[in-house]
Design a protein around this ligand. Structure first.
Ligand SMILES: NC(=O)C1=CN([C@@H]2O[C@H](COP(=O)(O)OP(=O)(O)OC[C@H]3O[C@@H](n4cnc5c(N)ncnc54)[C@H](O)[C@@H]3O)[C@@H](O)[C@H]2O)C=CC1
Ligand SMILES: O=c1[nH]c(=O)c2[nH+]cn([C@@H]3O[C@H](COP(=O)(O)O)[C@@H](O)[C@H]3O)c2[nH]1
Ligand SMILES: [K+]
Length: 500
């Protein structure tokens, strides 16, 4: 006879934290959000930790090199998407590892023939008004000029005017050699009163752009997640098929952590993959596994050598796995079950295997709930997809800006992979949707606000770090009526009148 769980499974929106005593030391400025990423023995430090409990999802619409850099600056980690060729993924890892803070690669890529109209459209998408003009329109082509919004007047010029007619041509630019240091570049910027200094190689090819504003910004990142060579840390998604080919390329590129990306990880495929990697490359290569939703799944992967275990089936914002396949479990219940197993496993073996809650974070406070329930960190897709740094297009619909966001199990993601790889495997059914999310601006500002809420709630619970929160938290299920009570109710919002 089938096994029946005695209780229904619940999700984050059905729980609340009940505050505990807060001492006068409990202020947000004193809260540490440092958390383990990889497993460790009792009394030892984990090989890898995060400075904030956030990683970005292994998805085309979320985690590329740009996202990885932005998130590492904040103290988190991206897992680059695995639904691309091993070579492409390794190239992304290299881009993160070779990124030099303050040195920006051009993302506007315009040719001399690009028109004013096209430049204005591009500015809407990238948000950048300073653009480099290269001979072939690539970010590292021969630099022919620079255009900024001071070079054109929309009201007086035809939209057809090619940029070559109004850009500042190379002969009139202040530029510097590709080997210039950041300090030297900033001296030139100050002396010549520039907003941006292009760095070119001996063939006049554009290498980097150094912006005045980045220099001051760079000093803000106290939490950044860097390796022993001061390079940003980056993770990468892998699968249970081509690991023998993919993993060595990623390791050569300098990847810091790997994660097996699958909707369902309680399988022999994952055991074989973990075994292969740890035997072939040694235990210093860190590999997370998942996803699971119960204690058996967790124990299976912990015993198979996973460096962390990811929890969550079907709770993601773009997920339709529960609807298509009928598998899954309420995210909160799954997490609580797995974290209990993790704690028991730690008691028995002295090995602490961090748990990642993946998917279904809708409100910022869900992060605090997940931490309180025992998660060491979260994986977020929708959250990060809304920012400037996500790889997808920003589009304007009915006067409002949105970013595109699609599931890895959607036709859109699989199509991409199919075309790139030329593979024959046909997607038999979709497990994810292709959608839009409201555009939310830069990652830095958003993560700052989110984490200040997390710190504040932790103080309400009398916790100055994540472990303390897990030990002290008191969680209550709430009835559907009290959820209504928790929102604004029985008042008429002022904007209902003022907007008319
Ligand atoms: N977290 C979630 O709830 C969900 C996530 N997703 C995302 O969609 C993407 C695709 O996920 P999946 O379809 O689960 O990918 P998957 O590669 O893990 O599994 C696809 C199928 O291939 C089989 N398989 C795996 N390795 C094999 C091997 N070596 N030989 C033969 N068969 C093998 C699996 O058993 C499964 O039936 C991932 O990015 C995943 O994160 C999709 C659905 C739900
Ligand atoms: O059922 C699914 N179909 C999909 O196509 C899909 N793509 C991603 N994922 C999972 O969703 C997580 C991100 O969830 P959020 O957007 O809620 O943060 C991710 O981290 C994944 O675990 C999928 N699940
Ligand atoms: K299974």
């Amino acid at each position: 006879m089938a096994f029946y769980y005695k209780e229904p499974s619940h999700t984050f929106g059905e729980y609340l934290l009940v505050p505990g005593y807060s001492s006068d030391k409990c202020i947000p400025a004193n809260v540490s959000l440092k958390t383990p990423l990889t497993k460790f023995k009792k009394g030892e430090e984990p090989a890898l930790s995060l400075n904030i409990p956030m990683v970005s999802a292994i998805m085309q619409a979320v985690s590329d090199d740009r996202m990885a850099i932005a998130l590492a600056k904040e103290g988190g980690l991206s897992f680059l998407y695995g639904s691309q060729t091993p070579e492409q993924e390794a190239q992304m890892v290299k881009k993160v590892k070779s990124y030099k803070s303050g040195f920006v690669s051009s993302d506007s890529n315009i040719k001399p023939t690009t028109t004013l109209g096209e430049i204005l459209a591009l500015k809407e998408v990238t948000g950048h008004s300073t653009m480099a003009v290269t001979e072939d329109g690539t970010p590292t082509g021969k630099l022919l000029g620079i255009v900024t919004s001071r070079d054109y007047r929309v009201t007086r010029m035809s939209m057809d005017t090619p940029v070559s007619e109004f850009m500042t041509p190379f002969e009139k630019l202040v530029y510097a050699d590709a080997g210039t240091t950041l300090t030297e570049a900033n001296d030139i910027i100050w002396e010549s009163k520039l907003n941006m200094l292009p760095l070119v190689d001996k063939n006049q090819r554009l290498m980097y752009m150094v912006f005045r504003k980045d220099y001051t910004e760079d000093k803000e990142f106290e939490n950044q997640l860097i390796d022993e060579n001061k390079r940003y840390r980056v993770g990468a998604g892998i699968n249970t098929r081509d690991y023998a080919e993919r993993v060595p390329l990623l390791l050569d590129a300098g990847v810091d952590a790997l994660c097996i990306d699958s909707s369902e990880g309680y399988s022999e495929w994952q055991r074989i993959t973990l075994d292969y990697i740890h035997k072939k490359f040694g235990p210093e290569v860190k590999v997370g596994a998942g996803n699971v939703v119960d204690r058996e799944g967790f124990l299976f992967l912990a015993k198979a050598g996973a460096d962390f275990v990811k929890v969550g089936i079907g709770g993601g914002s773009i997920c339709i796995t529960r609807e298509t396949k009928g598998i899954g479990r309420g995210q909160a219940t799954a997490l609580i079950d797995v974290c209990q197993a993790r704690d028991e496993y730690y008691k028995e073996t002295g090995i602490y295997v961090p748990v990642c809650s993946d998917g279904g974070i809708v409100h910022d406070y869900h992060i605090t709930l997940a931490l309180a329930m025992g998660a060491d960190f979260m994986m977020l897709g929708r959250y990060f997809s809304r920012f400037d740094e996500s790889p997808t297009n920003k589009v304007k619909l009915n006067g409002t800006f949105y970013k595109e966001y699609w599931g890895e199990g959607s036709n859109r993601a699989r199509n991409w992979q199919r075309y790139d790889l030329g593979g024959a495997s046909k997607l038999s059914f979709e497990e994810g949707v292709d959608s839009y999310v409201p555009y939310a601006g830069p990652l830095h500002d958003n993560v700052g606000i989110t984490l200040s809420k997390v710190r504040s709630t932790m103080c309400n619970c009398g916790a100055l770090n994540i472990k303390e929160l897990q030990d002290k938290a008191k969680l209550t299920l709430v009835s559907s009526v009290s959820i209504v009570e928790g929102g604004s109710h029985d008042v008429i919002p002022r904007d209902q009148f003022t907007s008319r």
